[in-house]
Design a protein around this ligand. Structure first.
Ligand code: CMC
Length: 430
């Protein structure tokens, strides 16, 4: 018998089964062979929240949660944050290798020429209430892009797939900036293709119009570029899974992207950066931190920005962000919430409750404090996560579409409801 197998004895029947092991997995469908009788459906694995289920094979991102390792296409996140740029990293994530100078120029050009949106997209954004959450605007508007680009339905055509990738990466900052300016009642600023990807985004957000000499602060531009690298991709998280699940029905990529944005919006995922700043603001001062920690331990809410499904050691992205915070604060002034955050981290890392559960700061713990110092309103924070993550979503979607093993996503269930019963007319019901 091959050693790459798992031997299972079903104690209900005494029958022994041998299941092949490949890449550290057994196929869940192999469990279906394990039956108590020929008409038995067969054994299933039960895994709410997919805590131990690999839904795909992927070559994009590697994470070792115990060691705190994150690599895109084999490159450590720390090296990319230090030496790469967001658009170069985006090329790496989508195409699998670092670009040559020529490839990077072409990639940058292809994204830059797609930064404009159709005039009707502006009208669409204008239709939202003045106080609409920008993430809600993003979800709706990104979904609406499918109506502007019907060619996106050709999901099995590689040239269309590539074109939609350029469009998606290019248009997210434009839509996000329009959503921001809409909330302030300010006129929209069109993309400026002479600026960098991040510089153009900052310009569309913050250009004061009356000051034609305005240029984004290069320190902020660089910091946001690094933050974009850190947020670009994170394997099979909630939103990437949404992207793959919706994409598996062969829906167009903008519809799938809207679902990924919606998944990211939640406070347990990309909405956590917003929740952290609200939590720190509510705590108010350093001396109130022990009280806040005790409330969390009593089960009164979670410590936002702490904990991760995969990282059971420090989130490597949080480590880079913590360092970056100093550079940003030197340029724009220190955010007073930082002291509360540092105190919260210090106390939590010494507290048995957090130590036993391996709860460490995650990427969202410090990012919100930086965003706030730069001048972003709190409800823009999840949007600042969605823009760079678009690259990861598109890469995951393209990998799935090209994978012959992938089929429409359709999990099973354990039915625990009523057995068959007969319909009773309303007048006969108790
Ligand atoms: N504060 C207090 N307790 C926590 C926290 C927290 N932030 N996170 C987990 N726990 C406790 C939880 O109550 C449970 O305790 P017990 O075993 O006594 O019931 C234990 O730790 C395990 O928690 P879980 O909910 O089973 O863990 P999960 O893997 O399902 O959830 C998580 C992961 C990120 C959703 C969760 O840690 C959380 O809600 N964190 C706060 C929200 C947050 O910061 N999200 C951003 C994640 S990083 C960005 C991204 O990629 O989305």
């Amino acid at each position: 018998m091959s050693s790459d197998t798992l031997t299972v004895v079903d104690n209900r029947t005494g029958i022994e089964y041998s299941l092949p092991i490949e890449n550290g997995t057994v196929r869940a469908t192999d469990l279906r062979r394990i039956k108590t009788s020929p008409d038995d459906f067969g054994l299933m694995s039960y895994d709410p929240g997919f805590a131990n289920t690999a839904s795909c094979r992927s070559e994009i991102t590697y994470i070792d949660g115990d060691k705190g390792i994150l690599r895109y296409r084999g490159y450590p996140i720390e090296q990319l944050a230090e030496s790469s740029t967001y658009l170069e990293t985006a090329y790496l994530i989508v195409n699998g290798s670092l670009p040559t100078k020529l490839e990077l120029d072409e990639w940058t050009h292809n994204i830059t020429i797609h930064t404009m949106v159709h005039e009707n997209v502006k009208k669409f954004v204008e239709g939202f209430r003045y106080d609409a959450h920008p993430m809600g605007i993003l979800v709706g508007t990104v979904g609406a892009l499918s109506t502007f680009y019907p060619d996106a339905k050709k999901v099995l055509d590689p040239s269309s797939t590539e074109l939609q990738t350029f469009r998606a990466i290019a248009k997210m900052p434009t839509i996000a900036a329009f959503a921001y300016r809409h909330s302030l009642g300010l006129p929209y600023i069109h993309p400026d293709n002479d600026l960098s990807y991040v510089g153009n985004f900052l310009n569309m957000l913050f250009h004061p119009l009356a000051d034609s000499a305005y240029r984004p602060d290069p320190v902020i531009e660089k910091a946001l570029d690094v933050l974009f690298i850190l947020h670009a991709e994170h394997e099979q998280n909630c939103s990437s899974t949404a992207m793959r699940v919706v994409g598996s029905s062969q829906a167009d990529p903008y519809s799938a992207l809207a679902s990924a944005c919606a998944a990211l919006y939640g406070p347990l995922h990309g909405g956590a950066n917003e929740a952290v700043v609200r939590m720190l603001t509510k705590i108010g001062s350093k001396d109130k931190v022990p009280e806040a920690i005790e409330a969390v331990k009593r089960g009164e809410g979670r410590l936002m920005g702490f904990g991760h499904r995969v990282y059971k050691n420090y989130d490597p992205r949080a480590a880079v962000i913590k360092k970056l915070a100093d550079e940003v604060f030197d340029a724009v002034g220190r955010n007073p919430l930082l002291d509360i955050a540092l105190e919260l981290e210090r106390i939590a890392l010494e507290d048995d409750y957090f130590v036993e559960r391996k709860l460490y700061p995650n990427v969202d713990f410090y990012s919100g404090i930086i965003y706030q110092a730069i001048g972003f309103p709190t409800d823009m924070f999840p949007v600042l996560f969605a823009i760079p993550r678009t690259v990861g979503w598109m890469a995951q979607w393209r990998e799935m579409m090209a994978d012959p093993e992938q089929r429409i996503a359709r999990p099973t269930q354990v039915y625990l409801g009523e057995p068959q019963r007969d319909y009773t007319p309303i007048e006969a019901r108790g």
